[in-house]
Ligand binder design. Structure first.
Ligand code: RTP
Ligand code: MG
Length: 140
């Protein structure tokens, strides 16, 4: 398996509870390396754009409010089969369904405030990385 990249967000519910380090530790222990990271307050425009694919879903408005409710940490992660590796350590969207040992099982508050985002395909990873980072901000 080749070394690839994925995009991650530590969401406002996690930064609010000072879990940036704890979440990052689980990502690192899963074999992922943080090759870019910044703490930002997402604008409403950024959140709407980032989650555009969900714009017709009933939870879209709430999701945009949640993602702009506090700081997030956007990260580029590198590792073998990074997209799948990250999705595996994140766990199911709803923490009630998340397996033991996953970030969402350990830390998510509910199906919306679920502590982390991770790209769901290599193609989306590339798009999402470019949404938040310039090439010179990523140091592999
Ligand atoms: P993500 O995109 O954040 O990595 O999570 P995911 O693939 O597991 O979930 P997705 O279906 O893409 O949904 C994106 C985010 O929207 C919020 N959500 N709320 N209230 C609800 O029923 C609901 N469903 C999803 C979550 O924050 C989810 O991560
Ligand atoms: Mg998703």
């Amino acid at each position: 398996m080749a070394t690839t990249r994925t995009f991650s967000i530590i969401k406002p519910d996690a930064t609010r509870r000072n879990l940036t380090g704890a979440v990052t530790k689980m990502l690192e222990e899963a074999g992922l390396r943080v090759v870019a990271s910044k703490r930002i307050l997402m604008t409403e425009e950024q959140a709407k754009g980032f989650y555009e694919v969900h714009k017709d879903r009933p939870f879209y408005g709430e999701l945009v409010s949640f993602m702009t409710s506090g700081p997030v940490v956007v990260q580029v992660l590198e590792g073998e089969d990074a997209v799948k590796r990250n999705r595996d350590v994140m766990g199911a969207t709803n923490p009630a369904d998340a397996a033991e040992g996953t970030i969402r099982k350990a830390y998510a508050e509910n199906i919306e405030a679920n502590s982390v985002h991770g790209s769901d395909s290599e193609e989306n990873a590339a798009t999402e990385i470019a949404f938040f980072f310039n090439d010179d901000e990523i140091v592999g």
